[in-house]
Design a protein around this ligand. Structure first.
Ligand code: OAD
Length: 249
């Protein structure tokens, strides 16, 4: 792995670091990405599953799909990239991890503070009264879960197409991006906004922006450095570099 002297020095000294992750960071755990040849959206039409109207029309089909993904996610394990980010959090005073992933793998790897821009598949809530419902179980007999309090339909707590992102999470991520000196954009195609705006915000505010991806992306020409390779191989090496000059928080 070749990195610039500037990047190495920031890894060793930066007090404020931000990270944005996308589906690519979980690919080595066995969770399919959205785009690319094997991506989910090349086989399924997102507009048929990932929006509220589709859910109201066919809640059973949407639940079957999320139940299926939930099972896959529960069976896989965090990989070296998730663990490396959890280790980095322990070494940096002001460390912000924002993820577009709903798979909960950062938390399972030990990251303490994870800003989830697109929700979390482990959580659900009632569309009528808003109550959060943990441990939703969907079975062949009960294909659509209902709220124990008001009887409303329960939905997964994930952001669908056309829906607002959680504004507090977005604001916290944006302000962290604006104040950091190093920003890492990892395993994201950087085509979905506002998430893809975070590295650009950081760059505009003076941060050094490094992208880690298997291939070049929409924002490659705008970042300071692109590391081409697997997140699970590159991130542990970056965490090692950090360790040489830092102690635990
Ligand atoms: P994408 O599927 O668009 O992009 C995944 C990226 O990860 C691609 O650029 C791959 O090249 C890269 N990649 C794959 N394996 C990798 C590896 N081992 N190491 C490093 N990079 C790797 O996923 P996202 O950018 O996360 O939104 O997609 C953004 C949003 O689009 C998702 O959060 C989802 C989707 O619609 C919602 O559901 C709201």
């Amino acid at each position: 792995m070749m990195i610039s002297g500037k990047f190495e020095s920031l890894l060793k000294t930066a007090d404020s670091i931000c990270v944005l992750t996308g589906a690519g960071i979980s690919a080595e755990s066995g969770v399919a990405t959205f785009r690319g040849t094997d991506g989910l959206w090349s086989k399924l039409k997102p507009e048929e599953l990932a929006n509220f109207d589709a859910f109201l029309r066919n809640p059973d089909i949407v639940w079957e799909w999320y139940n299926h993904r939930k099972q896959i996610i529960q069976e896989v394990k965090p990989n070296a990239a998730h663990y490396a980010l959890a280790a980095m959090e322990q070494m940096v005073k002001d460390f912000t991890l924002t993820t577009q992933n709903i798979d909960n793998l950062h938390t399972r790897a030990g990251s303490k503070r994870v800003l989830e821009l697109h929700g979390n598949i482990e959580r659900s809530y009632c569309v009528t009264c808003g109550k959060f419902v943990p441990d939703v179980v969907v079975t062949r007999e009960q294909r659509i879960p209902h709220c124990g309090d008001c009887g409303g339909v329960i939905r997964p707590d994930v952001v669908w197409f056309g829906e607002m992102l959680p504004q507090d999470v977005l604001e916290e991520s944006m302000s962290a991006a604006a104040r950091c000196s190093l920003f890492l954009s990892i395993g994201t195609s950087a085509v979905v906004y506002p998430a893809a705006g975070l590295p650009l915000k950081a760059r505009d505010c003076g941060a050094y922006v490094v992208e880690i991806n298997l291939e070049r992306t929409e924002i490659s020409h705008l970042v300071d450095e692109s590391l081409i390779g697997k997140a699970g191989e590159i991130l542990p090496q970056l965490a090692e570099i950090m360790k040489t000059s830092r102690s635990q928080k």
